[in-house]
Design a protein around this ligand. Structure first.
Ligand code: ZN
Ligand code: ZN
Length: 309
C-alpha cells in the first residue's frame, strides 16, 4: 500500500505525475482547490469585488469549476447559469445535473432556454448545411449567448470550465486549421475589449481532464451521464485520440504545448489583436469583425431553412 505523501496516514488513491505526488482522496481534493486558487490569483482572473458568472453545462468540468471556486473563494459571489441547448435527451440530463449541483452548493441557477429565448434549438441545425459541423455552430451560438447572459445578469467576469486537455485539443485543431482568431480566444484571460463584453477566464486551464473527472467522482458531484449525440463522428474525437498517443510517449507533452502557447504564441496573438479592426454586429450589437456576426449569420441561415422545412 502506498501512503499519501501529504497526510502520511491515508492510502494514496491518485498519482500526480507532474508534481510527483501520491495523494489520498482528501489531500487530492485540497491539492486541486489550491491549484485553482493559485491559478486565479496568478493570472489575476478576479478579486473579491468582482461579480463572477460561472457557466454550468451539466458536465464534469464546469461542475468542478463552480464547486472548487466556491471552496477556494468563499467571499466571492458567484452566479451560476445554464444554457438549455434543446438537444434531445442530452439537454434534459444536463439541466437536471446543473440544478442538482447548484442545490448542493446552495446557489441560485439562472437558466437560459435557447428555444424560449431565440425560437430554435441546436438540434434544429440538423436541417442546415452545418449538419456535420454542429459542434462548431454550437460553440459559436454558445459564445453569443454567454455574452448576452453575462450582460443580463450584470456580472463583469465570466468563468468557463476549459481544462488542460480542452486547451491542448482546441490548440491542436486550430493550428491545423490555421485559425488564429479561435486561437486567441483560448487565452486563460480575455480582457473585455468593448464595453458590451465581460472579462473571460478559465480557472481550470492547468488541470488535466482525468483530474477533474476524479475530483467530481471523489466529491460526489452530480454530472451528466448522457453523451452529446452531435459529438459522435465529429473530428474532435479523432484528434483526442492522436493527442493521447503523443502523451503516452511523453507524459509532459500537454504541458509543453501549453507552455509554448502561453509564452510564445500569446504575445504574438496580442500584437495582432491590437491591429485588428472590429465593428459592431447590426443584429445583436456585440463586437464583430463583420457587419453581421458569425452567430447571427448562422441563425439567419437556420431560420430561412426552417421556414422551408
Ligand atoms: Zn492524504
Ligand atoms: Zn450578431
Amino acid at each position: 500500500m502506498v501512503k499519501c505523501r501529504r497526510c502520511l496516514v491515508e492510502e494514496a488513491s491518485v498519482w500526480i505525475p507532474y508534481a510527483k505526488l501520491h495523494l489520498c482522496k482528501k489531500c487530492f481534493s485540497e491539492f486541486t482547490i489550491k491549484r485553482v486558487r493559485e491559478t486565479v490569483e496568478k493570472y489575476r482572473m478576479f478579486g473579491s469585488t468582482d461579480k463572477v458568472a460561472v457557466a454550468v453545462s451539466g458536465g464534469k468540468d464546469s461542475a468542478v469549476l463552480l464547486y472548487t471556486l466556491k471552496k477556494a473563494f468563499p467571499d466571492v459571489r458567484f452566479t451560476a447559469f445554464h444554457v438549455n441547448l434543446g438537444i434531445e435527451k442530452y439537454s434534459e440530463d444536463c439541466l437536471k445535473k446543473a440544478e442538482a449541483l447548484t442545490k448542493m452548493l446552495n446557489l441560485e441557477l439562472f437558466i437560459y432556454d435557447l428555444k424560449r429565448e431565440k425560437g430554435f434549438t441546436i438540434d434544429d441545425f440538423k436541417h442546415t448545411r452545418f449538419k456535420r459541423r454542429i459542434c462548431s455552430v454550437c460553440g459559436t451560438i454558445k459564445r453569443q449567448v454567454f455574452n448576452e447572459v453575462s450582460e443580463k445578469i450584470g456580472v463583469n467576469v465570466l468563468a468557463t470550465g476549459h481544462n488542460l486537455d480542452d486547451m491542448v485539443e482546441i490548440m491542436f485543431s486550430n493550428f491545423l486549421a490555421g485559425d488564429f482568431e479561435q486561437l486567441s480566444r483560448l487565452k486563460p484571460v480575455i480582457p473585455p475589449f468593448h464595453p458590451k463584453l465581460v472579462k473571460k477566464v478559465k480557472p481550470l486551464f492547468r488541470i488535466p481532464e482525468n483530474e477533474t473527472a476524479l475530483y467530481a467522482f471523489f466529491n460526489n458531484i452530480p454530472v451528466r451521464e448522457e453523451e452529446c449525440p452531435h459529438v459522435k463522428g465529429s473530428r474532435l474525437i479523432e484528434r483526442k485520440r492522436l493527442l493521447e498517443l503523443f502523451s503516452k510517449e511523453n507524459p509532459n507533452f500537454k504541458y509543453q504545448l501549453l507552455s509554448v502557447f502561453l509564452k510564445k504564441l500569446i504575445p504574438i496573438l496580442e500584437e495582432r489583436e491590437k491591429e485588428k479592426a472590429f465593428t459592431v454586429c447590426e443584429v445583436c450589437g456585440f463586437p464583430s469583425s463583420t457587419n453581421i456576426c458569425g452567430a447571427c449569420r448562422r441563425i439567419m441561415e437556420l431560420k430561412s431553412v426552417l421556414g422551408k422545412v
